[in-house]
Design a protein around this ligand. Structure first.
Ligand code: SAM
Length: 246
């Protein structure tokens, strides 16, 4: 998978040289390129922002540097590649595991990291008229910039790219996968730590009992922490799927 990122803080993305994604990059599974937006700003001060037209607080990112940076990334593209441009934004579609799976099938993602009050609307409109664009939020809160959101998305998407995580089984059993339930609690050795014992069933060697216990824990944890994620049949709502999904 090819990933281009445009940001005024390329240093944020050094974190993606570490761990599994760092190894995936070394192995050529993920080709990540980070571009400094200021290199596409051609005035003496490399200005990327200006005051909001119509008034208001803060600054807005100017369209010209974004146009130059994105044109360079998109025209450098391999023929036949159909890149998806993602602008992290608290006003976008909410990023989920299902979206991460969908995006892991893309061959080329381009992330445009906003700062200040965000990017001039015409940049979204321009690239949406020329190709595929999505505004994506990582949650209902406001960050200072799109870099942390982009790193979160690249990590969630990248680990689903075939070969990045050694044992693909470990991806299936996780929270938000398959049936949408949260994961069961995990334990390792020693069997007792600070008088806290591992649940006996996990030491029993009885695989059917362990599987049943884990499934019960998943349902119980999801009911307690994120009841809205429970499949309708497990919500205790006897009115049926349609009533429960209202
Ligand atoms: N004025 C904008 C608004 O109210 O929607 C918020 C701008 S925010 C301070 C600056 C940048 O941070 C945004 O352009 C976006 O790139 C990023 N950002 C902030 N919160 C985000 C979130 N929840 N998800 C994704 N990106 C976010």
């Amino acid at each position: 998978m090819k990933i281009d990122v445009v940001s005024i803080f390329p240093g944020y993305f050094d974190a993606l040289e570490l761990s599994l994604l760092g190894k995936a990059r070394q192995r050529g599974l993920i080709d990540l390129r980070v571009h400094d937006l200021r290199e596409s700003a051609h005035d003496k001060h490399r200005t990327v922002d200006d005051t909001p037209t119509g008034g208001g607080a803060g600054m807005v990112m100017k369209p010209e540097p974004w146009g130059a940076a994105l044109d360079a990334v998109l025209t450098a593209d391999d023929a036949g590649d159909d890149p998806l441009v993602i602008f992290p934004s608290p006003a976008g579609d909410v990023f989920t595991q299902a979206m991460a799976r969908e995006l892991a099938d893309e061959s080329h993602l381009v992330f445009g990291c906003g700062r200040y009050e965000g990017i001039d609307q015409r940049v979204f409109d321009e690239y949406a008229s020329r190709g595929r664009v999505r505004l994506v939020s990582i949650g209902d809160y406001v960050l200072n910039g799109g870099e942390v959101a982009t790193i979160a998305m690249i990590e969630a998407i990248g680990r689903l790219v075939p070969g990045v995580v050694g044992n693909p089984e470990s991806l299936v059993e996780e929270s938000h996968e398959e049936d949408g339930l949260l994961e069961y609690p995990s334990y390792t050795k020693p069997a007792t730590w600070r008088d806290r014992a591992v649940p006996e069933v996990l030491l029993s060697g009885n695989h059917a009992a362990i599987t049943q216990w884990r499934q019960e824990q998943r349902v119980e944890r999801t009911r307690r922490v994120r009841p809205e994620l429970l499949p309708w049949a497990l919500r205790g709502d006897t009115r049926g799927r349609h009533a429960a999904d209202d």
